[in-house]
Design a protein around this ligand. Structure first.
Ligand SMILES: [Zn+2]
Length: 665
C-alpha cells in the first residue's frame, strides 16, 4: 500500500512562533492541532538558512556540498543529483509541486521529477511571490484530480518571508508584528489544506510532514533576516511528521537532533520507494518509538557572504546540548543553559569544541563554494531576488588565514541589507546605508556596486562609472556591473570601451541574454554584421523564449541581403510575442519589397492594431493600399501619417503630401 505523501514547507518560520514549540502568541491553531496528531521534533536543524539550498536538501536528502547549491543565486541543481521526486515517480507516484516564492523557480533544477511544477505565477514580469491561499488552491485542485493514484504533493508557503505584508484581516490584527501576522495567515491556509484532505478521506491514510526551510533572526545577534549566521533563531526549525494510519503508540515528541536532510529518506521509506543513500537518515524508527542518538551532530552551513563578499564561510555542528560554530573566531554554546547563544564557551571547553570540529571535517574540507557565475542572476532576475532582500554577485575570497569573520562585520551587512530594502522606495536613504557600509569596510565591492546602481539610475553617470570600476578592482563580479559600464561608455561616445565591457559581461555570465542582445546591437551599429549575428544567436541560446533577439537577428539578416532568413526570424519573434508591432511592421516591409501588397497590408494592419499611431506602419499601409488600388484608404492613412509622424520624417511627410494631392486629382 503506497500512502499519499504531503510535504508542506513554510518559509522563514521560527520554531518558537508555534504554540506546540512553546509560543504563547496564539498564532498557529492549525499547526498546533496537527502537532497533536503528529510527532514533534524539538531539535530539527536546517542545513542552511537560505531558501533554495535548504529546499534542495529537503528534496534530495543531501547536504549542500553534495547537492551543490550553496546560496539562492548562481547555483543550479545538477542533472546527476538524485531527487526524492524522481524516486517517487519511479515507485509509481504522481508528483506535484506548488511554489510560493521566486527563489524556488523551476529553472533552479528543483522541478526535476515533478509531473507538475506550478511556478507559473512567475511568468508575470517582476512577480516574486504568491499568497498561501493561491498555492493551497492550486495544490488542492491537483490533489483532487489525482487522489485515486498514489501522489506526492509538495506545497511551499512563502508568506512569512520578508517583506512582511500579511493580507486582511491579519494586517490589522498584527499591525505591530507583521511577521507574526504572516505566520497566522499561513497557519490558516494550512488549516484549510488539512481540512480539505480530511473531507476527501486522505488525511488519515497520508504521511504528512510540515517543516520550515529556516527561521528568521529578527535582530538576534544583529542579524535582521536570515542567511548569514547559524544561531538557533534561523537553523532550528519546526518539524512535524504524521505517519500513515498513525498507531496509538506513536511518539508525541522526539528530542534527539535530526536534520531537514532526513525528510527525503523518511518520505521515501514511507512510500516504499528507493532513494540512493545520502546524508539524511530515515526517521521512521524514531516515529515508532526508537530512542535515537542524542549525540548525533546535525550540520549547518552558511556560504552567503563567502560567495558575495569573500568573507569566511560558517559551519556548525549541533548536538542536543552543544553547538560549535566553526569560524575565524570559533564559538561554542551550551544550548541547555544558554538557548539564546550569548556565552561563548570555546576557551573553557576546548576538547569538546575540538571533538565537534572533527565531526565537521567529515562533512567537507571547508574552503570555498564552487559558485558558477555563469548561472548567476543578472538584470531582471537579480532585481527579483533583490526585492526579496537577497543580494547577487560574487567576490574572490581572501587568502587563507586572513578571511573575515562575518560576526565582525555584522554592522556592514546590516547597512547593506537596509540599503537593499530601501533601494526602490527611498533611494536617498538607500544611498546613505551603502555609503555607511563603505565607511565601515572601505573595500566592500558589493556596497560599491549598489551605490553605483543608485547613481546610474539617477543619471550621475560619471560617479556610477568610477564606483563600478572600483568594485571590479575590489574583486567584485556581477554581469550587471559591466552591462551598466557599457551603457555609460556608449552614452559618452566610446563604443570600443562599451564593447569591451559587454564582452566582459558575457564572459562572466554566458547565460545573460540581455548582455548578448546589447552586444549584438552595438556590433550592428558598428557595421559588424557577423559579430552581431553571433551575439544575437547567443542571446537566443541563453533565453529562447525572448522575442527581441530574433527580431534583431532578422534586421541584421535583412541588411546582409538574406531576406528569407529575415522573414523566418521575424516569424520566430512573433511566435514568442504575437503583439510585437515592430516585427509585424518589418514583416510587412519584406512583403512589400517582394511585391505582395495584400500580405504586406495585412502585416501593417496587425502592427497598427497594437499601436494605432505607429507612423512607419501607416506609411507602409498607405503604400500597399495604393498598390492594391484602395485609394480612399491610402489617402486616409497618409493623412494620419502626416498628423502623427515625428519631424525627422520630413522627406516621407513631403512624399505623403504629394501622394494625397495625386489621389485628390
Ligand atoms: Zn526560505
Amino acid at each position: 500500500m503506497q500512502p499519499p505523501l504531503v510535504l508542506v514547507t513554510i518559509d522563514t518560520l521560527r520554531a518558537d512562533r508555534l504554540g506546540s514549540y512553546g509560543s504563547t502568541r496564539g498564532l498557529t491553531p492549525s499547526l498546533d492541532a496537527f502537532a497533536r496528531e503528529a510527532t514533534r521534533f524539538t531539535a530539527a536543524v536546517s542545513q542552511v538558512p537560505l531558501t533554495l539550498p535548504s529546499h534542495a536538501t529537503i528534496l534530495t536528502g543531501l547536504h549542500p556540498a553534495r547537492h551543490g547549491i550553496r546560496t539562492n543565486d548562481g547555483f543550479r541543481l545538477a542533472a546527476s543529483v538524485p531527487t526524492l521526486a524522481e524516486s517517487l515517480k519511479i515507485a509509481g507516484y504522481r508528483t506535484g509541486a506548488f511554489i510560493g516564492g521566486y527563489p524556488l523557480r523551476g529553472s533552479s533544477g528543483l522541478s526535476r521529477g515533478f509531473d507538475r511544477y506550478d511556478d507559473e505565477f512567475l511568468a508575470a514580469p517582476e512577480a516574486t511571490e504568491r499568497s498561501a491561499d493561491a498555492v493551497v488552491r492550486s495544490a488542492l485542485a491537483w490533489v483532487e484530480a489525482h487522489r485515486a493514484d498514489p501522489f506526492f504533493a509538495w506545497i511551499h508557503l512563502f508568506d512569512p518571508h520578508s517583506p512582511y505584508t500579511p493580507p486582511a484581516p491579519f494586517a490589522a490584527a498584527y499591525r505591530d508584528a507583521p511577521y507574526d501576522g504572516e505566520i497566522a495567515y499561513a497557519d490558516a491556509a494550512v488549516g484549510r489544506l488539512l481540512d480539505r484532505l480530511r473531507t476527501l478521506g486522505l488525511f488519515a491514510p497520508a504521511a504528512i510532514a510540515i517543516v520550515a526551510d529556516h527561521g528568521e533572526s529578527l535582530g538576534d545577534h544583529g542579524e535582521r533576516t536570515h542567511g548569514t549566521f547559524l544561531y538557533d533563531a534561523t537553523i532550528r526549525v519546526p518539524l512535524l511528521i504524521k505517519r500513515p494510519a498513525r498507531p496509538a503508540s506513536a511518539r508525541a515528541a522526539v528530542d534527539v537532533p535530526v536534520e531537514t536532510a532526513d525528510l527525503a529518506p523518511t518520505l521515501a521509506a514511507l512510500a516504499h520507494a528507493t532513494l540512493a543513500a545520502g546524508d539524511g537518515q530515515n526517521l521512521v524508527p524514531l516515529l515508532d518509538g526508537a530512542a535515537g542518538d542524542s549525540d548525533r551532530t546535525a550540520y549547518a552551513e552558511s556560504y552567503y557572504q563567502n560567495v558575495l563578499l569573500g568573507w569566511s564561510p560558517l559551519r556548525a555542528a549541533r548536538t542536543a546540548r552543544w553547538k560549535l560554530i566553526d569560524a575565524p573566531r570559533p564559538e561554542l554554546y551550551d544550548l541547555e543553559r544558554d538557548p539564546l547563544e550569548k556565552e561563548n564557551r570555546v576557551a573553557e571547553r576546548a576538547a569538546l569544541a575540538a571533538g565537534l570540529r572533527r565531526a565537521l571535517t567529515g562533512v567537507e574540507a571547508g574552503g570555498r563554494a564552487a559558485h558558477d557565475a555563469g548561472a548567476a542572476a543578472a538584470g531582471e532576475s537579480a532585481e527579483r531576488l533583490r526585492s526579496l532582500g537577497y543580494a547577487s554577485g560574487s567576490t574572490a575570497p581572501a587568502p587563507a588565514g586572513t578571511a573575515v569573520d562575518p560576526k565582525d562585520r555584522v554592522a556592514v551587512w546590516a547597512e547593506i541589507e537596509d540599503g537593499i530594502d530601501l533601494a526602490t522606495r527611498d533611494p536617498a536613504g538607500a544611498e546613505q546605508r551603502f555609503a555607511q557600509a563603505l565607511r565601515l569596510e572601505p573595500g566592500n565591492g558589493l556596497a560599491m556596486k549598489y551605490l553605483a546602481d543608485l547613481r546610474y539610475r539617477s543619471g550621475r553617470l560619471r560617479d556610477a562609472r568610477d564606483l563600478y570600476r572600483r568594485a571590479i578592482a575590489a574583486g567584485f563580479r556581477h554581469a550587471d556591473v559591466y552591462v551598466n559600464l557599457a551603457s555609460i561608455a556608449e552614452h559618452e561616445g566610446h563604443p570600443d570601451e562599451a564593447r569591451e565591457a559587454l564582452t566582459s559581461a558575457v564572459r562572466l555570465t554566458a547565460s545573460d541574454a540581455d548582455a548578448w542582445n546589447r552586444l549584438g546591437l552595438l556590433d550592428a551599429r558598428r557595421g559588424d554584421l557577423e559579430g552581431a549575428t553571433r551575439a544575437f544567436s547567443a542571446a537566443i541560446a541563453a533565453a529562447g523564449d525572448r522575442a527581441e533577439p530574433y527580431y534583431n537577428l532578422a534586421i541584421v539578416e535583412r541588411r546582409a541581403g538574406h531576406e528569407a532568413a529575415a522573414q523566418a526570424h521575424l516569424q520566430e519573434a512573433l511566435a514568442r510575442n504575437p503583439t510585437y508591432a515592430e516585427a509585424r511592421y518589418e514583416l510587412g516591409t519584406g512583403y512589400l519589397r517582394a511585391h505582395d501588397p495584400a500580405r504586406a497590408l495585412a502585416a501593417y494592419r496587425a502592427a497598427l492594431a497594437g499601436r494605432p499611431d505607429y507612423a512607419e506602419a501607416l506609411f507602409g499601409a498607405a503604400r500597399a493600399e495604393l498598390d492594391l488600388g484602395k485609394t480612399a484608404e491610402a489617402r486616409r492613412d497618409y493623412e494620419r501619417f502626416v498628423r502623427v509622424a515625428p519631424k525627422e520624417y520630413a522627406k516621407q511627410i513631403e512624399a505623403a503630401r504629394r501622394a494625397i494631392d495625386e489621389i485628390k486629382n
